[in-house]
Design a protein around this ligand. Structure first.
Ligand code: DON
Length: 586
């Protein structure tokens, strides 16, 4: 299994699209402390003090400038943030096919200015014919069929989820909000360097599984500057726009998907598609130093794990200086403990009992904080037995964020899992299928593609949702208004990266531009190491952490985050500085 494949997030530096005016870091509203200049290690490649996109009314941020522009266009035409987010979601399926999708799934957190809050779960589910050991060979060894090829896909949830979102909280029709996506697919758009890079990295895998696609004519990726036209996808989107989500799950699109599955040994049937339903859930509402967080509950692990880590960190009344040895130690130790619980106790709540109350409680966090030794690392092996006590109580991606002029906000993360999913493109219907089945513990106790070692709670069962790390989050300020809309792509690093942007703006009072550029750190319990970004740690700090017993691991870049923050008189939007994207507002 190619364990390191997705851990190393490749880089293609940002090509920003049409933007609203640029802003230097601004002071926030009077309820907020002033933003303070950040200090990063000498030579860090993303210097502090950069500007970001400012919008006085509404803004959308995503990994695709033209998809962000589609959202802004909908809001200018009178749509709210939900209308715009749904427009953006469908547009991403056209302009960011490595992760934007209709053949995958995701999660959205919504906060409406009138106080309503929603958490919509449209994660894929295991097909009805799925079995616990379906990815093991005759010798019980894990194969790569949960990652590549037709068998790797869960039943897609994106179309049903986006439609539900629009129906419940939007103001426009599906056909209106899908118009920008349909036009982008039908008339095409110019491939930028970020998409060209993504396409060239995926050419071999996708062509191996789907010899005929619009992306790779004759097996070769289209170059930057070429026009990508997707007539099959345009037809599919038009059918959904005309007839609703049913067209995807029951009509000719469903037939194409099932025919594609049959061609390559996949097991998704018409019955699977017909049975798919998104689940409205209650957002996890937690607090961190007076701010209120709205985060995604299981089937994603994102909200529970973030909440647990933040609750542990809140036990410390003094915040360590950003980037200091103590900061790395406390932040890493909090993530380590939260991931031990995540990896063993979380799964689809329809199948396993998740001890939500305990895991998200401040009292439990206090007991975990007490296990952090001030001067030494604690090994995951030593912690695990302490944390497996019976519980008292009766688990390639892209993130986008949208806010409108009324203060409604949507935070959505959506994925095909790997970049370009399973590599399978549905002939006739024009979209990529996910490889989400690898997010299950395909063999409990064995590491998956992201090195996550997970347990029985996340074993494969028919109709079950595979545990996710996606963490779409909305943070409210002390007066209850939307303050921060944030989330990420990057497997388990989604949780730690999203948490750090929250910490950077709340604990360290950074501007959003700095909070996004700040070097990041990651711990997921197993492998038992602290991962840092190349150049993102001072040599003396690295030395101290090694002496404390940490196994330190260096990666070029961690996490692909997109975020919006409230600033004085408007919003600041920042797409991931390590990758590509666009913030478009007005
Ligand atoms: O749901 C999850 O946790 C994973 N499928 C996310 C994968 C991911 O973020 C890949 N991206 N860069």
């Amino acid at each position: 299994m190619t364990v390191s494949k997705a851990l190393v997030l490749s880089l293609s530096i940002s090509v920003l699209g049409a933007c609203a005016q640029s802003a230097t870091p601004a002071a926030t509203s009077s309820a907020e402390p002033a933003r303070e200049p950040a200090r990063f290690p000498d030579g860090w490649r993303l210097p502090a003090g950069a500007s970001s996109t400012f919008a006085s009314q509404a803004i959308a941020v995503s990994n695709s400038p033209s998809a962000s522009a589609a959202a802004a266009e909908i809001m200018k035409a009178g749509g709210n943030a939900v209308d715009a987010a749904v427009a953006l979601g469908f547009a991403l399926a056209v302009t960011w096919p490595e992760a934007g999708n209709i053949g995958g799934g995701g999660y959205s957190i919504v906060h409406m200015a009138d106080g309503r809050t929603a958490a919509i779960d449209y994660r894929e589910v295991a097909p009805l014919a799925a079995t616990r050991n379906m990815y093991l060979d005759a010798n019980g060894k894990v194969t790569d069929r949960s990652i590549e090829g037709h068998l790797a896909s869960g039943v897609p949830g994106a179309v049903a989820g986006l439609s539900m979102l629009l129906e419940k909280y939007g103001t426009m029709s599906l056909s209106r909000v899908m118009q920008p996506a349909i036009t982008l697919a039908r008339e095409g758009f110019v491939i930028d360097t970020a998409l060209a890079g993504s396409m060239s990295r995926a050419a071999t895998t996708v062509s191996r599984n789907s010899p005929v696609t619009p992306y790779f004519p004759n097996g070769k990726a289209l170059p930057a500057g070429a026009r990508l036209v997707q007539p099959d996808l345009a037809r599919t989107l038009q059918a959904i726009a005309d007839n609703g989500a049913k067209a995807f799950y029951e009509g000719w699109i469903a037939d194409s998907l099932v025919a594609e599955q049959r061609r390559g040994g996949g097991v998704i049937t018409r019955a699977d598609l017909k049975a798919y339903t998104p689940v409205p859930r209650t957002a996890i509402a937690s607090t961190y130093r007076g701010y209120r967080l709205l985060a995604m509950p299981p089937s994603s692990s994102g909200g529970v794990t973030m909440t647990e880590a933040l609750n542990i960190l809140e036990q410390y009344s003094t915040v360590p200086a950003y980037g200091s040895t103590r900061w790395f130690h406390l932040v890493g130790s909090a993530f380590q403990r939260a991931f031990i619980d995540r990896n063993s106790k979380l799964g689809d709540p329809a199948f396993v009992k998740v001890p939500m109350e305990q895991l998200t409680s401040k009292a439990y966090a206090k007991t975990l904080a007490a296990t952090i030794n001030d001067t030494r690392v604690t090994s995951t092996k030593a912690l695990e037995p302490m944390m497996q006590q019976p519980v008292r109580e009766p688990e390639h991606t892209t993130h986008y964020a949208v806010v409108d002029k009324s203060g409604n906000a949507v935070s959505t993360t959506t994925t095909l899992n790997n970049s370009w999913g399973s590599g399978v493109w549905v002939r006739g219907a024009g979209f990529m299928l996910n490889d989400e089945m690898d997010d299950f513990a395909v063999q409990p106790g064995t590491a998956n593609m992201y090195g996550l070692v997970q347990g029985e709670a996340n074993a494969i069962q028919p109709g079950k949702r595979m545990l996710s790390a996606m963490s779409p989050t909305i943070v409210l300020d002390k007066t209850g208004r939307v303050f921060l809309v944030v989330g990420a792509a990057g497997g388990p690093t989604i949780i730690t990266g999203t948490t750090q942007v929250i910490l950077n703006v709340i604990d360290h009072h950074m501007s959003l531009a700095d909070a996004m550029r700040a070097p990041r750190v990651h711990h997921q319990a197993l492998p038992d190491s602290l991962t840092y970004e190349d150049g993102g740690i001072r040599p003396a700090v690295l030395d101290s952490l090694t002496k404390m017993g940490y196994s330190m691991r260096k990666l070029r870049a961690l996490v692909n985050i997109n975020a919006i923050m409230r600033v004085k008189n408007g919003w600041e939007g920042v797409p991931e500085p390590r990758r590509s994207g666009g913030a478009v507002g007005y």
